[in-house]
Design a protein around this ligand. Structure first.
Ligand code: ADP
Ligand code: MG
Length: 225
């Protein structure tokens, strides 16, 4: 049997809104194997982003457990979770969240520069390689504002991959792009996944794109359907 990168067991998440408790995730379990490509499809408001935040340790479940490489992830402190996130996970969102005052190269090198043991020259080389890999070697010194939407999303991909994560969590990574650009980004993701032997969990509205995954999960109202 393959090794599990991520295992979430019986996850619940509620938000307090004044006097009311809003139940958003209602008992979801999920296991992702090394190198596996899983997609999640579901209508707006079904809890997809909330789940991805919890799986990536950006938020905590109200109930349930999350194991990253077999190790309990949700019971760690903020700092240790941040460390493991940087070591093992990559994130891509619908909006690129690049830092506007930095160049593409600096944005991509950033996750490596956060590592205490990383040498600037090596971080820069790896960032250059990833930017070349996403077809942007001619845009290294451009700032996000000087790039197209598709280019910015490619920079965001390169930034997510520069640490060579075991698992990439992507929340509607092509939701803000036109169809052709979205298809191109998906192809690139598929190639990079193979090249880096990385597992990938992608949330998308697009059933056609979702079908490219090894496994498609459908979510509705905080549950698998
Ligand atoms: P999706 O990504 O599938 O569109 P979300 O996970 O963003 O869904 O949201 C699911 C539900 O949870 C929505 O009804 C949303 O309003 C609610 N929700 C999300 N985050 C919060 C929060 N921080 N506080 C209160 N409600 C929230
Ligand atoms: Mg969402």
């Amino acid at each position: 049997m393959s090794k599990l990168v991520l295992e979430a067991k019986d996850i619940y998440k509620s938000f307090n809104e004044g006097k009311n408790n809003v139940d958003v995730i209602k008992g979801l379990s999920l296991a992702i194997e090394q190198g596996e490509f899983v997609s999640i499809v579901g209508s707006s408001g079904s809890g997809k982003s909330t789940l991805l935040h919890i799986l990536g340790g950006l938020d905590l479940p109200t109930q349930g457990s999350i194991l990253l490489n077999g190790r309990r992830f949700d019971q760690l402190g903020e700092a240790e979770r941040g460390f493991l996130r940087n070591q093992h996970l990559g994130f891509v969102y619908q909006f690129h969240h690049l830092l506007p005052e930095f160049t593409a190269l600096e944005n991509v090198a950033m996750p490596l520069m956060l590592r205490k043991d990383m040498i600037f020259k090596e971080a820069k080389q790896r960032a250059e390689y990833l930017l070349e890999r996403v077809g942007l070697s001619h845009r290294l010194t451009h700032q996000p504002g000087e790039l197209s939407g598709g280019e910015r999303q490619r920079v965001a991909l390169a930034r997510a991959l520069v640490t060579r994560p075991q698992l990439m969590l992507a929340d509607e990574p092509t939701g803000n792009l036109d169809r052709n650009t979205a298809v191109g980004i998906f192809e690139l993701l598929a190639d990079l996944r193979k090249e880096l032997n990385m597992a990938m969990l992608i949330v998308t509205h697009d059933e056609q794109l979702a079908k490219q995954a090894d496994r498609v999960l459908h979510m509705q109202d905080g549950l698998w359907v």
